[in-house]
Design a protein around this ligand. Structure first.
Ligand SMILES: Cc1cc2nc3c(=O)[nH]c(=O)nc-3n(C[C@H](O)[C@H](O)[C@H](O)COP(=O)(O)OP(=O)(O)OC[C@H]3O[C@@H](n4cnc5c(N)ncnc54)[C@H](O)[C@@H]3O)c2cc1C
Length: 384
């Protein structure tokens, strides 16, 4: 069962979700998801086609080719992509939440005009190169330096684990521009093309998310022109923080969609697999486990929809963004862990969708700001 419509879904929303369903049936059916995952072949080729459907335009102003629709719709689209083909959902998320919303939140007017229309058409890819070997959760500890030079900046340092950086057009790269400033101060966001002179890229092997490539990036006196500065000089962390709730909403929505798929696969198996003369779903221990799994997915869904509502209304949502990220990613891990137990050998087979969901899920509780860090944020918002 794909993510269901809700009784109060608008016609506009139903139309968007129909568009997702038709697109995925045509361009990324389940057998292609399996094949691409096995071959480590990212669906970059589908991004311009997705652009043609208008789905990449949803939250952006009409001036730049956008559709000016609320985040309640963006999140529902992301949830559905998570269910039908999370590998494309991740690209959608990186393009809309990360690339597009960074431009909207702190890009210059010239940068928005130059890049947003192409991004909405699926012709421009952004990556974030924040993490460094000595700065993971403690992102304010970044050491990559940008020194002033004539008409721009010279960047030296190293970034790791940047998703899709080697296939991107631009890496949004926080660099320390004021060496005397400590922590979150003195950092500036620079747009660096991976093909620029002095950029050295090495791909990192990893356990899951096979179509999301990860990169180790050496930066050796890379010249970045002034018009590639995004946002205020020395104030890059504040810029970055202003976009995190979009990325958390996108991740929570995708995790919710993936979690619902894991429940549906487990349910189908529990109905079909007969042992000791009855479907295994008739054993109360399995039935209760499935009940718990669906409850966890519904909690993730409500937390995510609530966050999307707050974003749509432009209301403060720091705590709700952290909560939705934690609830949805932990729901995904819970349902894939128990889904694997219910499907047993059938789920462990490399032909199964469950093993992919189970492998991929492991990343989400520590990626994009670990769940410990999210709990720190929630506790701080509670005044602790
Ligand atoms: C597949 C993949 C894709 C990624 N994509 C990107 C990307 O596109 N761009 C990018 O910049 N980075 C990316 N990352 C990096 C990712 O954001 C980091 O892995 C993450 O921030 C955690 O950092 P770390 O791995 O260095 O762990 P560490 O920071 O070393 O943390 C280790 C453990 O300590 C815990 N911990 C640390 N500090 C605290 C604290 N104060 N309180 C409680 N617990 C704490 C953490 O929660 C974690 O459990 C990616 C990573 C992976 C694996």
């Amino acid at each position: 069962m794909p993510v269901p419509f809700r009784h109060d879904d608008s016609d506009e929303l139903r139309m968007m979700l129909d568009t997702v369903d038709r697109f995925m049936a045509r361009h990324l059916p389940p057998e292609d998801v399996r094949r691409r995952d096995r071959d480590h072949r990212a669906p970059f080729d589908l991004l311009p086609l997705l652009g043609d459907t208008g789905l990449l335009a949803l939250p952006f102003p009409r001036t730049y080719g956008g559709a000016e629709l609320p985040w309640t719709i963006v999140c529902r689209v992301e949830e559905r992509l998570g269910y039908l083909g999370a590998m494309l959902g991740t690209l959608y998320d990186m393009t809309v939440c990360f690339g597009g919303m960074s431009l909207m939140s702190y890009g210059s007017e010239a940068q928005r005009r130059a890049y947003l229309p192409a991004l909405i058409q699926g012709r421009l890819k952004f990556a974030l190169a924040l993490t460094e070997p000595t700065a993971g959760s403690d992102a304010a500890g970044i050491r990559t330096r940008a020194r002033r030079t004539d008409g721009g900046w010279l960047v030296s340092g190293r970034k790791i684990w940047s998703s899709n950086a080697g296939h991107s057009d631009f890496m949004v790269t926080p660099c320390r521009t004021d060496p005397d400033a400590k922590g979150h101060r003195g950092v500036t966001m620079l747009l660096i093309p991976p093909k620029a002179k002095g950029v050295h890229m090495t791909e990192l092997p990893k356990v899951g998310n096979n179509t999301l490539s990860s990169w180790d990036i050496g930066l050796d006196e890379v010249l970045v022109a002034d018009d590639m500065v995004m946002g205020e000089v020395h104030n890059g962390f504040r810029n970055l923080m202003s976009t995190l709730h979009y990325a958390r909403a996108g991740l929570a929505a995708s995790a919710t969609g993936q979690a619902q798929l894991a429940v549906d696969l487990s349910l189908a198996h529990a109905r079909e697999r007969v042992q000791f003369g009855q479907p295994i779903g008739k054993f109360q221990v399995i039935a209760h486990r499935l009940a718990d799994m669906q409850m966890r997915v519904d909690q993730a869904r409500y937390a995510t929809y609530h966050l999307a509502e707050l974003i749509s209304r432009d209301l403060p949502c720091r705590r709700e963004a952290a909560q939705a990220k934690v609830i949805a990613t932990e729901a995904l891990q819970y349902v894939t862990h128990h889904g694997m137990q219910i499907m047993a050998s059938a789920g462990y087979s490399l032909d199964s969708d469950m093993q992919r969901l189970w492998r991929d899920a492991r990343l989400y509780t520590f990626g994009e700001g670990s769940n410990e860090i999210q709990r720190n944020i929630i506790a701080k918002e509670l005044g602790l």
